[in-house]
Design a protein around this ligand. Structure first.
Ligand SMILES: [Zn+2]
Length: 380
């Protein structure tokens, strides 16, 4: 199902093709996130035009609203949202452990209260796989336990043990037709736990492997280390997916470390705060500096927003709360991520990725948060 076409000779970057029930995905790939069955502010036609090959849906949110009965009656998520290309669904593990009020972790899942109305709910491997079967996603994720990055060692160990046991349970559940299932490696920043978890999952022969427990509040250097601790134990002939990441520069760093798939709410989330992401870093368009700036969001960008509107106009729309500004920033930001991945694939194919990667990182101004984390690492 995953075909490794080429491995870069200077970095660990890989070029691949992932075949799914709803089409082929070229990797490295960025997957826009449609948590509630919609990539916020964008419709399927726009996503197609932006070149989205695969999008994400979320089991936890969709099972609460609209609920499985409606999704079943609609004939699954593809038909419900009118998206004919591949969909990957998150199992809900991350949301249960981050959003919900947990009452009890039991051998076969978690008792918790809905973040919407407080209703008591239960989600475990069996339930998560049933939801994803009804959604009919092309790629389903196993139900895992994702502890916060600063969880004590004992908690990380228990999370890995449960993640392995639950992965085995997920593996045995019935699937939608043609549905692939990916395992998720946990283990925090503990190398031995990462290795143990990866080896146990690889022995179960999943269709692909995700590196979970990253982007859970840890500083950037720790995140890179967690990826480096895990990647060597993943088989070359299966896709690798880093969950919930990241900035354009982080994506390049992770591709150079052998990761193929990414998803992140960043491009659409920051768009709704008035932030544009460019190949040289992000900037807030609301600032007075752009009041009479009649250039496009990013010079040289060929997205619909940059071809048609100026910074001055979009800044004005942001300041008077017009929805068009949020839509156009989402168009630009998602375009940036998708076009960057297309450029990366072309560079790997041409054997020029190492230079492309070095130049991109040199030109990209990271956020203040990333810079302070780097400084803290140097001082340690
Ligand atoms: Zn643009």
């Amino acid at each position: 199902m995953f075909e490794l076409l080429k491995t870069d000779s200077h970095t660990r970057a890989r070029l691949g093709k992932l075949s799914t029930a709803h089409g082929v995905v070229d990797t490295p790939v960025f997957m826009p996130v449609g948590t509630q069955g919609s990539v916020k502010t964008l419709d399927p036609r726009e996503l197609r035009e932006l070149g989205a090959q695969i999008i994400l849906g979320n089991s936890y949110h969709l099972s609460i609203r609209p609920g499985l009965d409606i999704l079943r009656a609609a004939g699954g998520l593809h038909r419900f949202m009118n998206w004919e290309k591949p969909i990957l669904t998150d199992s809900g593990g991350y949301q249960v452990f981050s959003l919900a009020k947990i009452r009890k972790i039991k051998p076969h899942g978690v008792e918790f209260n809905s973040h919407v109305d407080g209703a008591p709910l239960f989600l475990g491997p069996k339930e998560a796989m049933e939801i994803q079967r009804v959604l009919g996603s092309d790629i389903a994720m196993v139900f895992d336990e994702c502890p916060p990055h600063d969880a004590p060692a004992r908690e990380q160990r228990h999370a890995v043990e449960r993640t392995i046991r639950w992965a085995r349970e997920c593996r045995e559940q019935p699937r939608a037709e043609g549905q692939q299932v990916f395992g998720i490696v946990q283990g925090g920043s503990n190398a031995a736990l990462r290795e143990e978890c990866a080896k146990a999952l690889v022995a179960m022969d999943f269709d692909g492997y995700a590196i979970g427990g990253v982007s859970v509040g840890e500083p950037e250097p720790e995140m890179f280390k967690a990826i480096e601790m895990t990647e060597p134990f993943l088989p070359a002939n299966k896709a690798r997916y880093a969950m919930g990441l990241g900035t354009p520069a982080q994506l390049l760093e992770l591709i150079a470390r052998g990761v193929d798939m990414f998803d992140c709410v960043l491009p659409t989330r920051v768009a709704r705060n008035g932030t544009a992401i460019t190949r040289r870093g992000a900037f807030g368009l609301k600032g007075g500096a752009y009041k009479a700036d009649f250039r496009s969001i990013e010079e040289g960008c060929d997205c619909f927003a940059c071809k048609n509107f100026t910074r001055a106009y979009l800044r004005h729309l942001l300041n008077v709360n017009e929805i068009l500004a949020l839509r156009m920033l989402s168009v630009h930001n998602v375009h940036l991520f998708l076009k960057l991945m297309a450029d990366v694939r072309a560079a790997i194919a041409a054997g020029t990725f190492a230079g492309f990667y070095r130049e991109f990182i040199a030109n990209y101004v990271p956020s203040q948060k990333v810079l302070s984390a780097r400084q803290a690492e140097i001082e340690r």
